[in-house]
Design a protein around this ligand. Sequence first.
Ligand code: BEZ
Length: 284
Amino acid sequence: MCNSLKQPHFTFTLLLRTTFNFTAILISKIMIEQNQTPEIMSLPRIGDKAPEFKAITTQGEINFPADYQGKWIILFSHPADFTPVCTSEFMTFAKRAPEFSALNCQLVGLSIDGLYSHIAWLRTIKDKIEFKGMKNMEVTFPLIEDITMEVAKKYGMIQPGESSTKAVRAVFFIDPKGIVRALIYYPLSMGRNFDELKRALIAMQTADAYNVATPADWQPGDDVIVPPAGSCGAAKNRMESKEEGVTCNDWFFCTKKLSLEQVNNPPKIKNQQHAYESLSVPQH
Ligand code: BEZ
């Protein structure tokens, strides 16, 4: 008697719970889709205008990218202040900052930490940390405070699969016209390779200055790639006329010498298209 009375009550409770759980999951899914996904997933792509923002940094307020018009910018994020991999990266960036500056490139760092944390961390690096023979390293480029994650979200630096509270190690190369030209992302556990960052910057500057492309593992001084012929006529001419200094294995694979001296002293360019744009333009 007792059991038969309990049975409908149990079934009803189970039904109520299942409905509640299902509704809760549905609501949280809708919230994630509506509120989080677009912000977290927004990511400037190659060729996009770099998203604008104003921010407080360790070097004062900045208006990005307007303040750096006419310069290349490397905007990079790190997961957190007072962490070892980030510390090794900042010391390396500080040491190599003059090399980037000589390439007309401004470094701008960012993490989801506050200004005072940034200041304390950079002071500690200078006063106490030694790494690979570097010590007393002073970071003089701006480090953005981004506790609200406003900038990090604009640049897709928060990647929840890796961390939803720390920025991944993102690197954005932005050209003197404020256009995103390359982006590289690393996980939290991996420090960046600064030779590669510098090589990438020089490769893009060389491509722009000489209207060429750079092949695999290119280093300044290596041969460069001549834009492929964009029509059958151009392909025929190229193979027959043997353009001076150009070596063609086939109509689509032509290289030429570009000395280290030329790479280091590029001609001034005004309103030139990126080399990759002109690569696809038919050559008559
Ligand atoms: C680091 O910089 O050492 C680090 C930061 C966040 C997660 C893992 C490592």
